[in-house]
Design a protein. Sequence first.
Length: 1025
Amino acid sequence: MSHKNILQFWRNVEVFNLPDLDEKKLKPLNRESELPWLEKKITKKNKKIIYTLFFGKVSKENVVKQINKIFADKKENQWKEKISGSTCFSSIVLDGYGQPDSNSYTLASYVLGIDVLQNKKDIVSVYQLLQNVSDEYLQRFNILKPSDGENLENNVASWDFINKEIEYLKQLTGWNSDDIMVNYIEKDVGINTEVDTPFLNSFYLEDLNKLVDDGTELSPTLQKYLTLNSNQKKSDLIKNKDDFFETINPKYLNEGKWASNPKYGLCTAQLGAINSIFKDLKNHSGIQGVNGPPGTGKTTLLLDVIAQIIVDRAKETINIGFDNLFGKDIRLDFKDRYQYVYPLNFSLQRNYGIVVASNNNAAVENISKELPQAKKIDKETFPNADYFGEYAKKDLTGDENWGILAAALGKSENKNNFSNLFWKSFLKDEKGNLIRNDENKAIVDKNASNFQNFLTSIQTEQKNYQSDFEIAKKKFSTLLEDFNAFKKTATDFHNGFDEFRKNVVLEKDLENAQSSKETTKSELNKELQEFEKGKNDKIKERENLRISLYTFNSKKPIFFFFQKLFNTKKYKQWNKEVSEFLTEFNSISSEIKEINSKIEKKKSELNNIENQLKNIQNQLIQIEEFNNKYESLKSQLLLKYEINEENLFDINFYEKDLKKIHLLSPYHSKKIAKIRTEIFLKALDIHKFAILANAKQFKNNLNAFFEMISGRNEISEELTTMLWDSFFFCIPVVSTSLASASRLFPNITKNQVGWLLIDEAGQATPQSVAGLVQRSKRCIIVGDPLQVEPVVTIPKTLVESLLNNLKIDSVWSPYCSSVQQLADRISEYGTQLGDDEDGIWTGFPLRTHRRCFNPMFNIANKIAYQDQMVYGTEGRDKDKNPFIGESCWFDIDGSGKGDTQVINEEIELLKEKIKELRKTYSDEIYVISPFKAVANKCSYDNEIEKDSKIECGTIHIFQGKEADVVFIVLGSHPEKEGTRKWASSKPNMLNVALTRAKKRCYVIGNKKLWSKQPYFDVMAKELDK
């Protein structure tokens, strides 16, 4: 199974993407009335009208049914929510006079896809057909392009024109039994506005087409993302404490920290995750998955990641020097003019740009809005924090800002908005209309407070900022020295822990051994003394015997010689007595010899014991010296760096329960946090003064950049990446939805983005990030597979058929995996949720939950996380507001009507409880239901709709949000058990709903029926406590 096959499968899936129709904006074309563009309408000054025609209006549910018919899928094993909304077949853009734009025709790819399936053709043929759609359209209607030099007035769309398109579509959509209706949207736009073609086909199709192409070299990061079985070693950080503790080793601690309140540090897992990210990815391409259950500080983690990337680029900028930032100028030709741009130093290219992307538009826009906001930093502690704050307009974020740290650029509206507010402003009259020159071009306001005018104004003064750069460089270097001194102390302390812990045991063993050896030595000395005494006694005894023998010998019998010669009786008697003397003498001598041998042996034993004692003593001295050094390091960390002892990785830390460890902030102190934050802020100063010292180069490059993203001018692939890096140098972070990424970065070149941060990745289909991952050197993928899952409208039968055709493993199916799951699967650091067979390997586990009070926390922890999460709101979970009592389940035994899941009695009780709640509580309220019908009923209820602080919906609109109070309105027809089984098939739905509530969660529904379902039974028990 090749990587290209997986990409081809994803491309085939995306063919059947069903475009959305914004039915609220649509107007029907009425055959009884004159066509709107034939009416002589008066346009506003400097405005023009465009009409977008949409052919066909068919419910997505009907399209899905048609596809299922092709696969003869008539079985419905389980109830599921119907696909809502309508789609269309094709679209055309007309100008205000009804002339079709020659490049605007779009045919929905699913129309061709169904046609190919019905005719049993290879799905690959769809791409060939799509490539020819535009030319066939021009030929079908005999439309000439403006470049052909012909008068286009005869191309005005008439009913004949419209009917011809309808007939064409009828041939393609024989399965559609409804009339093909035509609707349109009329829109006033600026007179020079480029035509914005409706995006009917998948946002990811073009990228996937390019990636499938044999000529495209896949990036190492994308290749890793497409790896089925990673051979990488896995470290379960919940089961293996030592692996977890290694991730918090200060040798991996980063210099930079976001400018938040220095009083509060990252909790243990957040620190470990960030350390691991930079340890593995700083100098290498790759992917790191981070598993963040609700309220575990994913955004906080991303802020510190961003801060460190900025610090790294500042260090590289210092190495290069402000005067070597750019190379020789390059001429860039636009349609109506030319300008010069300057290539950024190679070491700053493709390495530091940060893109934050998500399937959730609100999530990415929130990040780009929050980064510049003054309230996101601690202005009291860091009052001088500023990064071109005067150009971070309030209109960009809706709040006061401290710096222009991020830009939301994905869709055209965002790009234009940012460009107009930050870069280039135009003169407007009193009514807010653009003032134009004789050539009908908007006049630039050269006095406006924007970044372009600012850079223009200082070009003659840019040398003045060179000294500012050098001053900032010196301060930055001093701060880094201070941090590195701390880092070395902390690293030595941390790395000494294993030896210290071993020494604790060893010292005790040595002291026990020393005591035992001393006892043995004493016993040996005692035995030696006894042997010496015995030896001396024997020597005395032998000496007495020798004297006795000498005396006896002097009394030999007379004529001894003859007595002996003749062996006389006297001789025999004498000799017998002498022999007895000698025998006894020799016996005593043998005893002395034996005692000497024992003495030597005991002396040898004693010598060995003394050597052992000496060795023990040396070891104890070494341990004492090490411990003194270790305690000295600890004292420095406690006294000099002001770290609380509980945050030091010592024996007490090590022996704590893992859940308590998760609540700690290793090696954090206010003092260290301030140093790290000052490093980050000074890194921004390095960027600021480098920009100002090169004002001309940055101005030219940014000007070309904004021309590029506006789409007004095409720029070469090489220069595109260079302009992006110039922009990233000024604005470190760009946010985009995944859907807009391919238009924001039109080139598919690998590794053009330094860092890709994908947020809420559990919601994204696996194919939706392929193009962005290809463009990125490093990917940090953050999310939770146990919250909102990807929304897949394509029938499962079709997806399975496409899998089988290419012999692809089901893991690549959007029905089986999200972006988060694919990233987690290849992440070294993580943990297992569930049994090994059915369990999920998640990425680096963040586990300290700081959002919900109990019982919401307990319920979510039980149903989704195997009690791995840690309660981080202890002490804050007491609230003076009584609300309407503790969190509870309001049991309603209501009756349903027809097929709807709405229980009117539940809605009435909801309104009653909200009315009661509003007596003491005026903030936001979320109303969440598993079913769209119930959520819609709540949304459109007159009483609820009047309250602007009440938001109603299914879980999909609440991911990443929180409110003090949440109502969960369960609904479900009493006789439709399948609806309840669908809602409880996984913990995700209930998990998300519960964890939106910070302080109170009130459940409304039939307790008897719902408490029979998995996960809801746990909630029922917990709410009864």
